[in-house]
Design a protein around this ligand. Structure first.
Ligand code: B3K
Ligand code: ZN
Length: 879
């Protein structure tokens, strides 16, 4: 916990390590009362070091030193100095062996970083800097070493003992304990170290790589979950085959293990050969998991597997380069999911997430570049900017190079840097070399924060038959970066003629008409593109496929948006046109509840519903209105109540105008037969449930009965949870009984109960905060479990804007009370939660004051963690 103001780490201060560690041997003696960790490090001076001090400085926190020796000789007390952050060993030789033994207390580790206990299991989480809570080490990603790990524990309680690499035989010991040694042949940074011990069961399968390696695949879970692993295993096998095909990458050890644990700070962790997962991203059955859960499992399993090459074989030089592995791996998992399901829908979902969360982050006090240049606490930089915008930055390089040169670029990257710790510049250089082009300007995407805005105008000249697009780019200031240099932006455009057909695009100077979508390269503050031989005034389709993470301003009429909605050949752009129009209408309704909704809009929805058979999944996306928080982001000052009212109003209007069509869609899209989470079935369920959501706006008893019937039918968790959520929004007499029944039915399944907490936290009912407070005392709730915190507190504060931002400030008090409580236990999760209050400048003066007061209160609480301090102080800095 914090005593002084935390210091800031800067990218510009990076220096190579003074020492390297060639070999690490670790011995763990696991026990309920204390755990002992012995380590043997083979150290030598780094020939590439740029500085030389006589002493060795190792990281280490919360370690109780038992013994320390250098080349077999005990180090005298005067020979070392221990402080809160590490150990300095004085006057060391150029090459030596350092051995130490420490005592740690995993059973008291509520921060879930380092070695900790989750229920009856021992497990680890070392990224970013958790290894230093296990033993003294050079805990930085550019120190890569070969690890050998021996684990010893009571055999009955911990029959399964796992670590990275390949196992030796188990040795039975006399006192009821047993011991095993794992050897990982691949040098790795300490953040990829993992250990698991517990009473686990596994399902096993195998995969043969193209070069003929037989890989054993195992998923370990607690005994009661053994029947919920099949989807994860099938996903893993698909991911392995996909990476072989798409990137020519195959797995490199004889065994690949995944372990599911209930207490985990994030989604999962790509430890070499031994991934540790939040059970939410492993366990699934049709009765307990929704379509979203099935998709989430497939994508997180793939993401962690893909890290074996993009992250593990090639890792980050320092934590400023985090997006080197995360942006690239997210891009890879996005493409994998696109290939496994519906590509168009996947793109829409990803863009929706980016716009809702990353654009907001980029416009707020925590805005930072994809490659940040400073941090106080690195755990605060596992952000949507580093991950999702980082993925867009990789995607733009693919857009600029085309698929073949992009694949050439990744091949070059794997060949050039295998076994090394490198930078985002190194990655871009591979792309530049493979694409034979200069990407110097492109690199600004890594160093400049903020969302660029493109203001575009189109002028048609009938006499010349030309259409001229004038594109201006501008990027708003972000903290520490008042002025920005122009970006290199790939802008995919098409032109539709008056019947909605794509025109072949011919730019001045082209000899032949080109393709119907062109990737324009925007590099100047202002640029013009003249399309020739354009027979009629076209409607431009801009930023097709969301070719760059930018905002586009173009003065479309409502009619043009409806035209694009109906005709654009690019599914993403059809959806985007619908969103733009819906947003425009909603913001008008916020201003004036009596403003008229254009008849054409209702008509366009009707048309789409009548045409629902063509692509239900895409239609469901088109018919989903922009979220309240996203609408707030489009306003100069967020009107919390106005937005909620307007959105409800428009939903109700659409429901009453389109009741017949919605009922038909509901009836026609029932999915019968065995549950399958394939793209077609998922699409139909999502459209059907969306229709039910609109219909429930009507407060019509027959429809409520339909909803209750859907709940009671209990076909699958997607349909059940949708129905129960819709009921929980309303004062329907049956709701209380159904909620209680649901709890009784699932009281032993923590992941299902997470959904139960969430849907109550997101209820539109006016008394939701009181209910949420009550649920904090529910026996199934635990503030020590991150999934529970996210399901109840997180869902309320981020998924229920109208209740969280209640004018009396009760929501803000609630959140800051929880943050202070959590910070004592788990600073990483506390820092995640406090973020939900950091965009206070976006609200009216009264709410601003209420939020500021709570933030000040947190900041001035003694002992606040570095994690929370960084977020709160940065958000108040720009007051
Ligand atoms: N690399 C981990 C995230 C670690 C977060 C540390 N605070 C999961 C992932 O991105 O795959
Ligand atoms: Zn990752």
């Amino acid at each position: 916990m914090l005593r002084d103001t935390p210091s800031t780490v800067y990218l510009k201060d990076y220096l190579p390590p003074e020492f390297l560690i060639d070999q690490v041997m670790l011995w763990f003696d696991l026990d309920e009362t204390e755990t002992r960790v012995r380590s043997r490090l083979e150290l030598r001076r780094n020939p590439a070091a740029q500085s030389r001090s006589p002493d060795l400085r190792l990281h280490g926190e919360q370690l109780e030193l038992i013994s320390l020796s250098l080349d077999g000789q005990p180090v005298a007390p005067a020979g070392y100095l221990q402080d809160d952050e590490g150990l300095t060993v004085r006057q060391v030789p150029d090459q030596f062996v350092l051995e130490s033994e420490v005592r740690i207390l995993p059973q008291q580790n509520t921060a879930l970083e380092g070695l900790y206990k989750s229920g009856g299991l021992f497990c680890t989480q070392c990224e970013a800097e958790g290894f230093r809570k296990i033993t003294w080490y050079l805990d930085r990603p550019d120190v890569m070493s070969r690890f050998t790990t021996t684990i010893c524990a009571d055999k009955q309680r911990y029959p399964v003992l796992l670590s990275n690499g390949n196992p030796s035989d188990t040795v039975e010991l006399e006192d009821g304990r047993h011991r095993i040694t794992w050897t990982d042949p691949f040098p790795k940074p300490a953040y990829l170290f993992a250990l698991v011990a517990g009473d686990l069961r596994a399902i096993e399968d195998s995969h043969t790589t193209p070069s003929g390696r037989e890989v054993t695949l195992r998923i370990y879970v607690e005994p009661e979950n053994i029947d919920k692993c099949d989807h994860a295993m099938a996903s893993l096998k698909r991911a392995m085959a996909w990476d072989e095909q798409q990137y020519g990458r195959e797995y490199d050890l004889d065994i690949y293990m995944i372990v599911a644990v209930n207490d985990f700070n994030m989604g999962a962790m790509e430890n070499k050969g031994l991934n540790i997962f939040n059970s939410k991203f492993v366990l699934a059955s049709p009765a307990t998991a929704t379509d979203r859960d099935f998709q989430g499992i497939e994508s997180v399993i793939a993401h962690e597997y893909f890290h074996n090459w993009t992250g593990n074989r090639i890792t980050c030089r320092d934590w400023f380069q985090l997006s080197l592995k995360e942006g690239l791996t997210v891009f890879r998992d996005q493409e994998f999911s696109a290939d496994m399901g519906s590509r168009g829908v996947k793109r829409i979902e990803d863009v929706r997430l980016l716009r809702a969360h990353q654009f907001a982050e980029d416009a707020g006090p925590m805005a930072h570049p994809v490659r940040p240049d400073s941090y106080m606490e690195i755990n605060n930089f596992y952000t949507v900017t580093v991950y999702e915008k980082g993925a867009e930055v990789v995607r733009m390089q693919a857009n600029l190079l085309g698929p073949e040169a992009f694949r050439g670029g990744t091949d070059l990257y794997f060949e050039r840097f295998d076994g090394q710790a490198v930078t985002t510049d190194d990655f871009v250089q591979c792309m530049a070399d493979a694409g034979q082009r200069d990407l110097g300007q492109f690199k600004r995407w890594y160093s400049q924060a903020g969302t660029p805005e493109l203001t575009i105008q189109g002028v048609y000249d009938a006499a010349q038959q030309t259409y001229t697009l004038t594109v201006e780019q501008h990027c708003p200031a972000t903290p520490g970066q008042p002025d920005k240099e122009p970006f290199l932006i790939p802008l995919a455009v098409g032109l539709l003629d008056d019947r909605g057909t794509d025109l072949a695009l011919r730019l001045a100077g082209d000899s032949d008409p080109g393709p119907t979508t062109r990737m324009l390269e925007i590099s100047e503050p202002r640029q013009q593109f003249v399309f020739e031989q354009v027979p009629v005034a076209p409607v431009p389709s801009l930023l097709r496929g969301f070719s760059a993470p930018v905002k586009v301003r173009f003065d479309y009429s409502n009619e043009q948006l409806m035209f694009l909605m109906a005709h654009d050949s690019d599914g993403f752009s059809r959806w985007d046109a619908a969103q733009t129009l819906a947003q425009r209408i909603l913001l008008q309704l916020v201003d004036d509840p009596d403003s008229l909704v254009p008849e054409g809009f209702v008509q366009a929805f009707r048309q789409a519903l009548q045409d629902s058979a063509s692509d239900p999944a895409l239609l469901a996306e088109v018919l989903t209105l922009p979220a309240e928080s996203y609408l707030g982001d489009q306003m100069a000052e967020v009107d919390v109540e106005g937005i909620h009212r307007a959105r409800e109003q428009l939903k109700t209007l659409l429901a009453s105008e389109l009741k017949t069509e919605l009922l038909a869609v509901y009836r026609d899209n029932e999915v019968t037969g065995e549950y399958r989470p394939d793209a077609d079935a998922i699409g139909r369920r999502s459209l059907r449930n969306l229709a039910l959501g609109y219909l429930m706006q009507l407060e019509d008893q027959a429809i409520q009965a339909l909803c209750i019937a859907q709940y009671r039918a209990g076909n699958n968790m997607t349909d059940v949870i949708t129905a129960l959520s819709l009921l929980a929004d309303r004062d329907i007499p049956e709701t209380a009984e159904l909620l209680e029944g649901f709890y009784q039915q699932w009281r032993d399944d923590p992941l299902v109960l997470d959904k139960w907490f969430s849907l109550q936290a997101m209820s539109k009912r006016p008394d939701t905060l009181e209910r949420v407070k009550g649920l904090l005392d529910h026996p199934a709730f635990s503030i020590a479990n991150p999934n529970k915190v996210r399901s109840l507190i997180g869902a309320f504060c981020s998924g229920n804007p109208v209740r969280f931002h209640a004018a009396d400030g009760a929501g803000y008090r609630f959140l800051s009370d929880r943050v202070l409580e959590l910070d004592q236990l788990n600073p990483q999760v506390a820092a995640r939660m406090v973020r939900l209050m950091t965009r206070w400048q976006r609200y009216d003066p009264a709410r601003q004051r209420l939020m500021q007061t709570q933030l000040e209160r947190i900041l001035h609480t003694s002992g606040v963690s570095r994690d929370v301090y960084e977020i709160v102080s940065k958000s108040l800095e720009h007051a």
